[in-house]
Design a protein. Structure first.
Length: 458
């Protein structure tokens, strides 16, 4: 604690940075040059962490490994397939110094113990094929260390999973920064002040380790990633569901939306709505959707994280009807509505809201209902505005089970009885990051979420 009683923060509570000052006749030793390296490294990490942030910069996609392709492209199944960058074998789940026995058990130890529910004469003696490949890429951890993966690597999920977590079929795959000493050499002179071993390592190689866990990792909920202590060193890349250790991992099992995009903070975005953008509903379906006659219905908007319930005030959501049909049209009028009580009662934050029509205006054939959510007025836990721009109209549909469905796919299949289903928008199945599903937001924060649907008589 400081004298004022405020907690000291990581990164800015370290000793002052000191750089080497040269002068004529100065005697320098290995410790001096090491401290000079540390000075420049700490300056770079501080600049990276505080000005730019942390997360996955590019690449590092998690892909399935086909049953007949258990090694990286261009390689043959030799011992080199488990070699870390630089040529030193580090095992398939680590690319750094020698892994601990808990992470990579030796043959004949707990690696061959049966998972929960299996006997020793059962499937545990068959070959385990649950493997994934991490593609080349770059990331920055919360300390400001750059994590570079060159050439990619293959991860055997069973071997990388800690022994006490092997009774699960859902795993998370991540990566963390590591270092190891390389290029051993002999010292020419002994240190007069300390013992010098016959062989010393001349270089430190920056590398990485792969982490696999069966326990859901904690979420970094810090509002300030510059000065607040960093407790989550692992950059999680994917969640893999329904893992069968003796079968190859399929692409639909891999969910990469758990990864953190590079930046100072993770903006709160809109992840789902309960209507199809641009869709055509019958008048009765539109009434059911708007909650005209049912107090338990209404338009539902879901967020990626909690937003302040005291921000859900009149005017934040607006329903506007543009009249259509034959004859006079294009007149507009506003449909009255109100927020329903959040699902979590009187809590300060909620991850969704429901807005329903409270007046008795009726919709007619050819009308278009415009839905506007002024997301700049909705604040998250860090008092930052929701990043609500409805990019391309591609925020996915929330189905009855509460999960999201790609809006294009739902539109193609049709979601209403007898309603015409417009074709899904061409191209851009995934957002620019390559990780789906789509959400709102451009990274700038705030703005307005706009959407609409059409009404037909039948």
């Amino acid at each position: 604690m400081t004298e004022t009683g405020t907690p000291r923060t990581a990164g800015l509570d370290a000793p002052p940075l000191r750089r080497l000052r040269y002068f004529h006749g100065q005697m320098l030793g290995a410790r001096d040059f090491q401290r000079e390296q540390d000075y420049h490294r700490e300056k770079l990490k501080l600049r990276m962490r505080c000005l730019l942030g942390y997360g996955v910069v590019c690449g590092l996609f998690v892909e399935p490994v086909p049953a007949d392709d258990d090694c990286p492209p261009g390689h043959h199944p030799t011992a080199a397939d488990t070699a870390a960058p630089g040529g030193t074998a580090a095992g398939p789940a680590a690319e750094a110094d020698e892994p601990a026995a808990e992470e990579h058990p030796a043959a004949g130890t707990e690696e061959h113990s049966a998972p929960a529910g299996e006997s020793r004469t059962g499937p545990e003696h068959t070959e385990r094929k649950a493997k994934v490949r991490i593609t080349p890429g770059l990331a920055v951890d919360c300390d400001g260390n750059e994590v570079v993966v060159r050439g990619g690597c293959v991860v055997d999920l069973w071997k990388a999973l800690p022994h006490h977590e092997r009774d699960t079929d859902t795993v998370w795959v991540g990566i963390t920064y590591a270092e190891r000493s390389v290029e051993p050499t002999r010292a020419v002179y002994n240190d007069a002040c300390a013992d010098t071993s016959d062989c010393e390592y001349g270089w430190t190689e920056e590398c990485y380790k792969i982490r696999v866990t069966g326990c859901e990792p904690p979420v970094d909920d810090r509002c300030d990633t510059c000065c607040a202590p960093c407790d989550h060193k692992v950059l999680w890349l994917a969640r893999i569901d329904c893992v069968d250790w003796h079968q190859p991992v399929r692409r639909h099992q891999i969910h990469m939306n758990v990864r953190r995009p590079f930046g100072r903070h993770l903006p709160t975005v809109i992840t789902g709505v309960n209507w199809i953008h641009g869709h055509t509903y019958t008048i009765d379906e539109a009434k059911a959707l708007l909650g005209t006659q049912d107090e338990d219905s209404g338009l539902v908007v879901r967020f990626s994280a909690g937003v302040r319930t005291d921000c859900l005030r009149p005017g934040v959501v607006e329903l506007q009807v543009i009249e259509g049909g034959s004859g006079r049209n294009a007149s507009t009028w506003y449909m009255g509505g109100t927020f329903a009580e959040p699902d979590d009662g009187c809590d300060e934050f909620t991850e969704r809201f429901r807005y329903r029509q409270t007046t008795r205006e009726t919709l007619q054939d050819g009308d278009r209902v415009m839905i506007t959510v002024r997301s700049a007025f909705i604040l998250d836990r860090c008092c930052r505005p929701v990043d609500g721009t409805h990019v391309g109209g591609r925020v996915p549909l929330i189905d009855d089970a509460g999960t999201t469905t790609d809006a294009g796919a739902a539109t193609d299949a049709g979601t209403t009885d007898g309603a015409a289903s417009p074709a899904s928008p061409p191209g851009c199945a995934l957002p620019p990051s390559g990780i789906g599903p789509w959400t709102s937001g451009t990274g700038a924060g705030g703005d307005v979420f706009e959407s609409w649907f059409f009404v037909k008589e039948r």
